[in-house]
Design a protein around this ligand. Structure first.
Ligand code: SF4
Length: 425
């Protein structure tokens, strides 16, 4: 069969369809780049915002319009609204998150144990979902109940994948030529908490750095708790990317309390300080929600001020979007949309300033860049775009195609939200 795989939303969703791709190929099927060429399509949906849910429905409808006989809807939106998913054109099956791991054997009517994935290396998905970096799922679900979060409802309780399963996926990715592994999960920082004896994410990272030849290991989003000073000692190892994404969500303690976040301005600042002590050039990035119910002008100013003081390398700003089923959606003091939008713009401006200051620190420095795209310029060579380990976007030109290769680059100029560089040596 020809199979089309698509996803909306987070790196975890991407890592899941990459694993499905290995399973389908292990069973002798072909992964195609476009729905027009497919007999079956799997769409891994998202529900984190109203827009993400709408995008999920759009991708499903597009696959049906392209003539795919059987569309399978899975992921967070399909889990939360299975009837609505089943009613969409082309959808023959809805597989909720708890059954997602068994989706491929279920669809192919094969017992799970026949899937010996070991020999099947990871291949970047063809088409729009092609990624040089391999996203590897280490953990799923979450036991926290942040009041704005629909993911914890859609993904269920926190559960960790065994070290062996994670390292097997990493081996398959390295065999397929991946230069960078991104560990991902819903609440990655809670990895190992459900094991007996209890383990810590630190142990998994140490194991990977010791027992694999991964050139670059990156950690995806980490909630700003569960991380102690010992954790930052991991950054003595240069293969661990100098990048920490710590979702703060608000820089105001009163708002954090209404969000039921297990962090405060004080504890968050201490965490950032501990990380910068071990790795002074580490990129600290974050997520901020603006316009959360009850967020007064004073609370917003406090949030803005704290974000300014943290000197983030970059940040995503989300305009609060009430998600049905969450506690926050039922809260009083919903902020008018126009006010939320205005606050988003002001918060973005603060991140733009601190981001520019962070990038300017690396002018003249030489950093390793992993090239994620290479476009031919004909006789003039190739124009390249890629990321350093500390999440700097870099553009350069080269006589040859260096896609998915690591190169030393001297950073010579600021270029919009990126840096321009020249290949060193
Ligand atoms: S810790 Fe993250 S995934 Fe868990 S409830 Fe909070 S925001 Fe959601």
């Amino acid at each position: 069969m020809k199979i089309y795989l698509d996803t909306i939303g987070c790196r975890l969703n991407q890592s899941e369809i990459e694993r499905m791709s290995r399973q389908f190929r292990a069973a002798g099927h072909e992964i195609v780049a476009r729905p027009e060429a497919a007999d079956l399509a799997v769409v891994n949906t998202c529900a984190v915002t109203t827009q993400a849910a709408a995008d999920s429905r759009k991708v499903i409808r597009r696959a049906a319009r392209a003539g795919v006989e059987e569309v399978i809807a899975t992921g967070c939106w399909a889990t939360l609204e299975p009837e609505a998913a089943a009613a969409l054109p082309g959808v023959r099956r809805v597989v909720p998150n708890p059954r997602k791991e068994a989706l491929v054997p279920e669809v192919l009517h094969l017992p799970p144990e026949v899937f010996d994935l070991e020999p099947v290396e990871r291949q970047p998905l063809p088409g729009a979902r092609l990624r040089t970096r391999a996203f590897i799922k280490a953990q799923d679900g979450c036991d926290n109940r942040c009041t704005f979060c629909i993911t914890t409802i859609a993904r269920g309780p926190a559960r960790s994948r065994p070290v062996e399963a994670v390292t097997e996926d990493i081996a398959a990715a390295l065999a397929g030529g991946a230069q960078e592994i991104v560990l991902t999960g819903v609440h990655l920082g809670s990895w190992g908490a459900d094991f007996s004896p209890r383990r810590h994410l630190r142990h998994l990272v140490e194991h990977i750095l010791t027992h694999t030849t991964v050139p670059r290991l990156r950690l995806s989003s980490l909630e700003p708790w569960n991380l102690d000073a010992a954790f930052f000692e991991l950054w003595q190892e240069p293969r661990l990317c100098r990048h920490l994404h710590l979702p703060l969500q608000s820089g105001c303690d009163a708002t954090l309390r209404r969000m039921a976040r297990k962090t405060t301005r004080k504890s968050f600042a201490a965490l950032v300080e501990a990380a910068r002590k071990v790795a002074p050039d580490i990129a600290i990035t974050t997520d901020i929600i603006v316009g959360f119910p009850g967020e007064s002008e004073d609370e917003f100013e406090a949030s803005l001020d704290f974000v300014r003081r943290m000197e983030f390398a970059a940040g995503h700003v989300f305009t609060y979007s009430p998600r049905p089923g969450t506690a926050a959606a039922r809260m009083k003091g919903q902020v008018p949309h126009a006010v939320r939008k205005a606050r988003n713009a002001r918060m973005q401006a603060v991140f733009a300033e601190s981001g520019a200051r962070y990038r300017a620190r690396f002018l003249g420095a030489t950093r390793q860049v992993l090239w994620e795209s290479a476009v031919s310029l004909g006789p003039e060579g190739w124009t390249l775009s890629g990321l350093t380990d500390n999440y700097l976007r870099v553009h350069a030109q080269a006589p040859q195609n260096l896609w998915n290769r690591l190169s030393a680059v001297r950073l010579t100029a600021l270029e919009g939200g990126a840096l321009r560089g020249v290949l060193a040596g």
